[in-house]
Design a protein around this ligand. Structure first.
Ligand code: UDX
Length: 462
């Protein structure tokens, strides 16, 4: 046994192993580790550890556990769906149990486990070691409220076909079927996904804390409802303070990237463009667009005739129109991955064309960047609805009857946000939200108070 005399609270943070979940939990781990009373360990799967090599993580320690797919990761067994969850749920609990045991043996027992709500089994494992448990919800309060109503039968079971009840506690009255998470309305769902989403709520009634990556001012009635239903507290946006201060960091290691970011190339290209001139386009880490949709985005961007930075992941490249890369030279930069927080903080960015994954949406709001919403699936339509009609920081591209968002519509929406009459309003509102986001995480802000309150429950461990 090592001679270990750390009297801090030891918290283990356990994300579900996808980019959209690792990011907010890793950032939250950094926030916790920023408290002098806390030692924080982030547990990632062996596959994430070997492919992303999270080395320079500052004050956060890294530990590994097995999801039963150590060499191949989720993609090796068909992606984030049924067969992967079976392996994860079979191998994960024993492996995290072993991890907690070895931390104890090393003289640094874990006092609290913050687990991604996608991994509800973590609660039982933590309890066996006498650790307090917090479930961390990575989606908006609004989406969590919708699923809570679905679970309680106040919304009919999927596929929901009728209009929603006119009054649903904790939600605005104007929600329509097209605003619901796709898992509530789509009858052709990949197996297991709705169960995974609904599993997030298993054990929330017995867990010690429920934390949400949002901030109170952004969703006050939704947050209040979640507090009454689950005792949930908002603790976001879990972005590094350096971005919340709008200072560009010189720190490419701010994230754990499952793809390699083209940081220097991207920054040099952005530096060469004037303020608010660039259209930034990214559809996150999972969305797989149809070739038709990719063509519409490509031609729409070309026709807009503004500089654009487009993240096209390696797997998606073959869907670009054959001659597009040549045609777009001089006008756009296409990269397989970037350091998105750095891009959004760059003064040249004029708007963000996004699939409205919750991290991307919250990052844009917190960086004061207006949004053109092109939701793909899952919680994204709900986020897009709020972007357009509740937070009013952008517009949603309307789909045609086949669900494709056409080039003309993309062009109209980007122009509306970047040069139309409403341009100033979108920008001013986005900046106001970013100020509120920063305030929430600053000393005495709503999220800061909730985080301090969470930590105060641990007392002192000597
Ligand atoms: C998924 C879901 O789709 C999303 O709706 C849910 O809310 C969280 O999990 P994903 O589709 O990957 O995530 O989108 P998003 O939530 O936006 O997360 C993507 C993350 O990758 C963001 O934190 C973003 O900053 C980062 N990113 C993306 C990069 O760092 N570089 C890139 O080039 C693209």
């Amino acid at each position: 046994m090592v001679n270990y005399s750390d009297h801090r609270i030891h918290i283990l943070v356990l994300p579900y192993p996808s980019q959209g979940h690792i990011n907010p939990l890793f950032q939250f781990a950094k926030v916790l580790a920023g408290h002098s009373s806390v030692r924080c360990t982030l547990a990632v799967t062996r596959f994430v550890a070997s492919s992303a090599r999270p080395a320079a993580t500052g004050s956060v320690h890294i530990a590994v556990f097995s999801d039963g797919c150590d060499d191949v990761g989720p993609d090796g067994v068909g992606g984030h769906r049924g067969p992967y969850f079976e392996r994860l749920n079979a191998a994960g609990p024993g492996s995290v149990d072993q991890l907690l045991r070895s931390e104890s043996e090393l003289g640094r027992p874990v006092h609290g486990v913050v687990y991604d709500a996608f991994l509800p089994w973590a609660q039982g494992v933590a309890r066996r070691h006498g650790a307090a448990c917090a479930a961390f919800l990575t989606q908006t309060c609004a989406v969590d409220v919708l699923y809570t109503h679905l679970r309680a039968g106040r919304i009919p079971p999927p596929p929901v076909r009728e209009e929603l009840p006119p009054e649903l506690d904790g939600l605005p009255s104007q929600l329509e079927l097209t605003d619901l998470p796709t898992f509530m309305v789509d009858k052709n769902l990949p197996p297991g996904l709705l169960e995974l989403l609904m599993n997030q709520f298993v054990g929330l009634d017995t867990v010690d804390h429920v934390l949400v990556n949002s901030f109170y001012d952004l969703e006050p009635q939704e947050a209040d409802y979640l507090t009454s239903a689950w005792g949930a507290k908002t603790v976001g946006p879990t972005m590094p303070s350096v971005y919340l201060d709008n200072r560009l960091p010189n720190d490419a290691s701010c994230g754990i990237h499952l793809h390699t970011p083209k940081t220097f190339e991207t920054k040099a290209w952005l530096d060469a463009h004037p303020s608010l001139s660039v259209v930034y386009v990214s559809f996150g880490s999972i969305a797989s667009l149809s070739s038709k949709q990719m063509t519409e985005v490509a031609e729409g961007l070309y026709n807009i005739d503004k500089p654009f930075l487009w993240v096209v992941r390696a797997k998606e490249t073959s869907k670009l129109p054959a001659t597009f890369a040549d045609k777009a030279k001089g006008r756009g930069l296409i990269v397989p991955w970037c350091s998105q927080l750095e891009v959004l903080a760059h003064p040249s960015i004029g708007c963000f064309v996004t699939h409205c994954g919750w991290n991307s949406t919250l990052e844009a709001i917190s960086s004061g960047v207006p949004i053109v919403a092109m939701p793909h699936w899952s919680d994204q339509p709900t986020n897009a609805k709020y972007v357009q009609d509740v937070w009013r920081v952008g517009v949603r591209v309307p789909p045609d009857s086949q669900g494709v968002m056409r080039r003309e519509e993309i062009e109209v929406c980007v122009r509306q946000v970047m040069e139309g009459e409403l341009r100033e309003e979108f920008k001013i509102r986005a900046l106001e939200w970013s100020k509120k986001a920063k305030k929430a995480m600053s000393k005495g802000g709503s999220s800061d108070i909730n985080i301090s309150d969470f930590l105060s429950k641990f007392g002192h461990h000597k």
